[in-house]
Design a protein around this ligand. Structure first.
Ligand SMILES: [Zn+2]
Length: 218
């Protein structure tokens, strides 16, 4: 029994948490593109060094570099029972490159799970973070609030909101995601691979829905 799935969803949809938990449960590789890039750069692998040249210039790492890195991981022993891709693909071009890579490896995606979360909930999750100016401890206004509003429990310092977490910035990120991803949902729906789950509600309920979606015969 193998599982080969990709989790799609906007920032704040909670797919990373589910991917980590389910990869452990299923004994498959959890491949988060951002982590993969950071690890390759830190380890100074040839592909990591190439990726770093783009990142140092503030440029996006080209798809072919990412795909070559993924090839190393998906062809390795820890992916023999399958994988969960987290944060990839994001565009049709990436989806097509991924399909070619998997074909070369004699594999295919079983399912693409889309985490559907409404914009009000995404904004709540993504704008609620507060960080202590003094000690760096982080809080969340609704899911992990400090005892006293605006004050750090750990050191009494003042809490503030990072630029990245401000509503205008978050809205821009969500808009970019929607523009890139809407065509991708159609792409996978046409291929009969898309399963949509509600990404709102208790974590365990969402996990049950993802489990069912990912392992259902399609
Ligand atoms: Zn503090």
């Amino acid at each position: 029994m193998s599982v080969r799935v990709a989790f799609l969803g906007p920032p704040g949809a909670g797919k990373g948490t589910q991917a980590r938990d389910l990869a452990r449960e299923w004994g498959v590789l959890h491949l988060a593109t951002g982590d993969m890039l950071r690890e390759a750069v830190a380890a100074g692998t040839p592909l990591g060094l190439e990726a770093k040249r783009y990142m140092d210039q503030g440029a996006l790492v080209p798809d072919d570099v990412i795909i070559m890195m993924m090839a190393e991981h998906l062809g390795a022993a820890d992916a023999v029972r399958g994988f969960i891709l987290d944060g990839f693909p994001r565009t049709i071009a990436q989806a097509e490159a991924l399909a070619r890579l998997l074909k070369d490896l004699g594999q295919a995606l079983d399912t693409v799970v889309y985490f559907d979360v409404g914009e009000p909930e995404l904004l709540r999750r993504l704008t609620g973070r507060r960080v202590c100016r003094a000690c760096g401890h982080t809080y969340h206004q609704t899911s992990n609030p400090p005892t006293r509003e605006g004050i750090c429990d750990a050191c009494g310092g003042e809490l503030s909101q990072r630029e990245d977490d401000r509503e205008a910035t978050v809205r821009k990120r969500l808009d970019v995601y929607q523009r890139q991803t809407a065509p991708l949902l159609g792409y996978y729906r046409q291929r009969n691979l898309l399963a949509s789950v509600t990404g709102e509600g208790p974590v365990a309920t969402i996990r049950d829905a993802v489990r069912t979606a990912a392992r259902a015969e399609r």
